[in-house]
Design a protein around this ligand. Structure first.
Ligand SMILES: C[S@@+](CC[C@H](N)C(=O)[O-])C[C@H]1O[C@@H](n2cnc3c(N)ncnc32)[C@H](O)[C@@H]1O
Length: 228
């Protein structure tokens, strides 16, 4: 089975996230709103790539943005439609495999966000996906993406490289079991900037957390870029 199909199987059971995580509203409050003027007043068109249950979409929708989401998990899409029944046609199932011609909702997006989303691709597929995102953004459009780094020891220390930038993660913990979870870890800021080279960097930060002494660290890069 192809790695994308394995990931689809993994995510078919859903991705519980009732609320946006704090880095999302902090990035909004520190960058998107004050620096880039994304307030919802102009009903900016936003695409949430791999929107999960729609927590981030709902956050931006409440601000007045015109939000659209794509996903590979039907159970996630069902929750999105229940949560935002007035825009039930703004959610679309997509192929896990990116294609150069992908164009959703007519493109022309002011903002594309991919929170914990773009790292489920090998280097070849990530390059295609980012090219399609670039094509779907307006000139001057903004991309906001989080990417897992190798400092995410919780996953990285339990991973094995399988080629083309991809690693497979397998481990068992008292709280959960991760089985054949394919992902692309960014080795450094430079590595991330190389992958996102189509976009001009505006800000590159990171966030990390650890809640239990018997678990390792979570670490993600936080990237905001612009299509010039
Ligand atoms: C960790 S969840 C994050 C969900 C959401 N962005 C959020 O912040 O709550 C990862 C999501 O990526 C989706 N996903 C995984 N591989 C994908 C692919 N190839 N194309 C589109 N979505 C994908 C999964 O279905 C899952 O909902």
């Amino acid at each position: 089975m192809d790695y994308l199909e394995k990931n689809k199987d993994f995510w078919d059971s859903g991705c519980p996230a009732e609320n946006p995580e704090s880095h999302v509203f902090r990035t909004y409050g520190r960058i998107l709103k004050p620096e880039l003027g994304i307030t919802g007043e102009k009903h900016e068109k936003l695409l949430d790539f791999a929107c999960g249950e729609g927590a981030n979409m709902l956050f931006f929708k409440k601000k007045g943005l015109d939000v659209y989401g794509v996903e590979i998990s039907e159970s996630n899409l069902k929750k999105c439609r229940e949560k935002m029944s007035d825009i039930a046609d703004h959610f679309q199932m997509i192929d896990p495999k990116p294609s150069k011609g992908d164009m959703w909702y007519g493109g022309g997006f002011d903002v594309v966000i991919g929170n914990h989303a773009f790292y489920y691709y090998n280097d070849t597929d990530l390059e295609i996906r980012l090219e399609t995102i670039y094509n779907m953004l307006k000139p001057g459009g903004i991309i906001y993406a989080t990417m897992m780094g190798t400092k995410m020891t919780q996953f990285y220390d339990n991973s094995k490289e399988v080629g083309d930038g991809l690693s497979v993660v397998n481990f068992k913990h008292s709280r959960f079991e991760i089985k054949d979870y394919y992902m692309n870890f960014m080795e450094s800021e430079q590595d991330l900037l190389h992958h996102f080279k189509l976009f001009k960097k505006l800000h590159l930060g990171w966030y990390a957390d650890k809640y239990r002494e018997d678990e390792k660290e979570n670490f993600h890069y936080n990237f905001v870029g612009i299509k010039e």
